[in-house]
Design a protein around this ligand. Structure first.
Ligand code: LLP
Length: 402
């Protein structure tokens, strides 16, 4: 865990806003999963969309992780970083024929989530080895926008269509080597993971899908964002997952591989965004702490109403006051936190926005033409990578394609 003093010294050295990542903590979370889920055939495919920082990806690659990729761009990056094609699963949705073709040619396993795409695959790529994504029919997640199961979402083939999927696959002699489901992100209940597993395993019969090599149960392991949030008992959940899976394999008559695709669980807690407050303003009803970053650089509070803990790094003992922590973007909703109690914030204080390692930099944009912040990666206390923010001139050159 990177100390607050270290964050201050990194901010002084590299400037703010600055994303700071702790590689060691990410690897600890990776190893936790193997501790929690006692199955010797567990494979973790990191959901690259959560954070594509190359230094973090390299640490995961060296630890043996695979990748869950959702666009040709993510496949290209993972291959460029040396992930073997067989370690990558491609789970795009609503993909074009050209994208599908491009990824099929890389040797990466493609995960098909609609009967329509499956028909095209059977007709044009007979004999291929593919994975099928089913909708687990379980709704869970930290908000409605990140729930993936159930009939209101666009994802996966309906469980009811398993026979139809099998018929289409057979028409092109496709080899169904894996079945997949993803229930949602930030799953609130351990039971949801177990129920989704049950639902997928119920259709994974030897008669229907006799060539399976793995079952992939997606991502979604939640991490606490609030101090008082009820934590999931991952030890107990992991044991139940392993038991369920082994029972299934016994009935199926083959020891399949078990895959999960966590993003948040691995990278959320390892990242912090350090910002500097430059303006304190007392409006009639609110005290505003204005800082040098904004929602394009960390959008979760604005997009999902997500809570991110904020720490006053440079005045931790200040007397508590209530603030709106606002950014530097020309929009009213540009707040990292509303009516949040923090030790007194003074101009030039540094704040750390926590749990910023997943879906923060990766969901970033240059709205208002503010370049994305620099990123620094530490491992075992040492800086192992620094990615400088673009200058305004470099950003302009990119826009002008110069
Ligand atoms: N597998 C699939 C097929 C997925 O769609 C996702 C996430 C994951 C794995 C990883 O889920 P995780 O373990 O990270 O929860 N931007 C949102 C989260 C969107 C997740 C999209 N899919 C957020 O900031 O909360």
């Amino acid at each position: 865990m990177i100390s607050n003093d270290k964050l201050i010294s990194l901010a002084k050295q590299y400037g703010t806003p600055l994303f700071v990542y702790d590689g060691e903590l990410m690897l600890e979370r990776y190893n936790d999963l193997f501790r929690f889920i006692p199955c010797d055939r567990l494979h973790i495919h990191y959901a690259l969309k959560a954070n594509y920082n190359p230094a973090l990806l390299t640490l995961l690659r060296d630890a043996g992780a695979g990748i869950d990729a959702v666009s040709p761009g993510e496949v290209v990056l993972a291959l460029a970083l040396g992930f073997a094609p067989e370690k990558i699963i491609y789970t795009a949705n609503n993909m074009t024929d050209a994208e599908f073709d491009r990824v099929m040619k890389t040797g990466v396993t493609v995960n098909i989530g609609s009967l329509s795409r499956l028909k095209k695959c059977a007709a044009n790529y007979p004999g291929s080895r593919i994975c099928l994504r089913f909708n687990p029919d379980v709704c869970d997640g930290d908000n409605v926008m990140t729930m993936t199961g159930g009939d209101l979402t666009k994802f996966g083939i309906l469980l009811d269509d398993a026979d139809e999927a099998k018929k289409i696959a057979d028409s092109g002699n496709l080899h169904i080597i894996g079945l997949h489901e993803h229930t949602g992100s930030g799953l609130q209940h351990a039971e949801s993971v177990l129920k989704s597993m049950d639902n997928l395993m119920a259709i994974a019969t030897k008669e229907r899908f006799g060539e399976l090599e793995f079952l992939d149960f997606g991502g979604g392991f939640k991490v606490p964002y609030k101090d008082d949030e009820k934590a999931i008992d991952y030890v107990s959940m992991g044991r139940q997952i392993a038991e369920k899976f082994e029972n299934f394999c016994e009935n199926y008559g083959k020891k399949l591989l078990m895959r999960f695709e966590p993003g948040k669980f691995l990278s959320a807690q390892c990242g912090k965004l350090v910002v500097e407050v430059n303006t304190i303003k007392h409006n009639r009803t609110r005290t505003i702490a204005g800082c040098n970053s904004g929602f394009p650089q960390l959008i979760r509070p604005v997009l999902y109403g997500a809570y991110h803990k904020i720490v006053n790094l440079t005045n931790p003992a200040g007397s508590p006051q209530i603030y709106d922590i606002c950014g530097n973007i020309c929009e009213t909703g540009d707040r990292f936190a509303e009516q949040r109690e923090l030790p007194e914030i003074r101009e030039y204080d540094l704040l750390a926005i926590e749990n910023a390692g997943a879906y923060c930099y990766s969901m970033g944009s240059v709205y208002n033409l503010r370049p994305m912040p620099s990123e620094v990666v530490l491992n075992n206390g040492e800086v192992i990578d620094f990615r400088r923010a673009l200058t305004d001139e470099e950003l302009t050159a990119q826009i002008l394609r110069k």
